[in-house]
Design a protein around this ligand. Structure first.
Ligand SMILES: [Fe+2]
Length: 238
């Protein structure tokens, strides 16, 4: 959430969006502070989980509202920033899911539902791939195509039974075979690993200025960490 605020601000110039930019940076500071506080204290005892969760969920509410409001404003051109509407929607979906996840934890239900994990994160991966393609220098034809295809894999995989076979036929190498025991259920894990490898190499190339783009290294790092989170949740899901 702290990163999202920074990304919005980076894509908003002072002249058409001074207020929205200031608010984005305020959200970023607030969540960075919340993170520091959480990181400095021990995990809550069972009896304190509800209070702990409420604090984070309450902090998230105005940010969710901001993302929804500005997404609509950008779509209707009342806001003229460089944050495209899907970016607002994408980051709002992330915040809403975290709210649901935290509330489930507070309700004593820590299990992750595999179908939900696959559906949510696959969509996030497709959108990340589109964001990367969109922010590359228009001359980087090959990378734009590679990013787009890496994203398409998830759309194909989650489009009903037989997804793994269809994907392998269309995009050989899209699924990391070393992780596959059961082709249908492990294919998503294999594709997530391929996606993480792509993003990790990509982030290193951004940092070393080997790629022409308008991608901030913090954004490259952020999408890497989300792929890592996808893999982590997949491994723990039932
Ligand atoms: Fe994110």
């Amino acid at each position: 959430m702290a990163d999202h605020g920074v990304f919005f601000a980076l894509l908003m110039s002072e002249e058409p969006a001074a207020t929205e930019r200031r608010q984005a940076l305020e959200f970023s500071r607030g969540f960075a502070e919340l993170f520091t506080q959480i990181d400095a204290t021990k995990p809550p005892e069972c009896s304190d989980v509800q209070v702990f969760v409420n604090r984070v969920v309450e902090a998230m509410k105005p940010l969710i509202d901001y993302k929804a409001r500005l997404g609509e404003a950008q779509e209707s051109e009342r806001l003229r920033s460089l944050v495209w509407p899907l970016f607002f929607e994408h980051t709002r979906h992330g915040a809403e899911r975290w709210t649901r996840r935290l509330q489930a934890l507070a309700g004593g239900e820590p299990e992750l539902d595999r179908a939900e994990v696959v559906k949510f994160w696959s969509n996030i991966m497709v959108e990340h791939a589109r964001f990367v393609a969109h922010l590359l220098d228009p001359n980087q034809f090959e990378l734009i195509e590679k990013a787009t295809n890496t994203g398409k894999v998830f759309a194909e995989l989650t489009r009903g039974p037989g997804g793994a076979t269809r994907t392998t036929l269309r995009e050989p190498g899209a699924i990391d075979g070393s992780l596959i025991q059961n082709p249908e259920t492990d294919a998503v894990l294999g594709a997530a690993q391929t996606m993480l490898d792509f993003k990790t190499e990509f982030a290193r190339n951004i940092e070393a200025a080997r790629i022409k783009s308008i991608i901030d290294p913090r954004l490259a790092d952020h999408v890497c960490r989300e792929a890592l989170k996808f893999i982590d949740e997949l491994k723990r899901a039932v």
